[in-house]
Design a protein around this ligand. Sequence first.
Ligand SMILES: CC(C)(COP(=O)(O)OP(=O)(O)OC[C@H]1O[C@@H](n2cnc3c(N)ncnc32)[C@H](O)[C@@H]1OP(=O)(O)O)[C@@H](O)C(=O)NCCC(=O)NCCS
Length: 153
Amino acid sequence: MDTITLGPARITDAQWIAETSRSLIEAGLPWSWTPRRVAALMRQRESLVVVARSGRELIGFALAQFGSESVRLALLGVTQAHQRKGVGQRLIRWIDEAAVVAGLFTIRLEVRVTNSAARRFYASLGFRESGMVEKYYSGIEDAIRFTHDLRAG
Ligand SMILES: CC(C)(COP(=O)(O)OP(=O)(O)OC[C@H]1O[C@@H](n2cnc3c(N)ncnc32)[C@H](O)[C@@H]1OP(=O)(O)O)[C@@H](O)C(=O)NCCC(=O)NCCS
């Protein structure tokens, strides 16, 4: 079995990230994370995009935006065949460690209210639900807001 490794994404990964995000995260919604948008985010100094590979095959991604007070996790996904192997947890740990180095101790994100697997995933990592945003996703679906205080242990 191939070893799973994490590392910074390359600009050539943008297409795969956008397409995978469309099917894993945005199913049933308009495609907002297009290849162009992902690539634009990757070029920003304030963003961090990490990918996971099994051998040479891309299997996971995390996109984070670093603000002045907190880090916003914009996208996180692991392909179905590689879920429940700890890859999502490793991607989050990478973002957490980068946040601490940047002097930021709060991670924020939104999840589709119907995405119970992701809600359980974030809860298992110490994130807490901090609110709801009605019709956050293209006016179609509500979001649950999650926050993780990295100093809370
Ligand atoms: C959510 C997601 C990123 C989790 O990635 P993953 O690599 O499968 O998660 P991990 O293996 O690191 O799981 C860590 C823990 O989270 C919890 N967890 C993960 N997936 C779960 C699920 N489907 N149901 C319940 N708990 C879950 C478990 O406690 C798990 O530990 P365990 O396997 O020892 O029980 C992945 O399921 C995914 O890509 N889903 C589709 C896209 C998505 O929803 N993204 C998040 C919203 S942007």
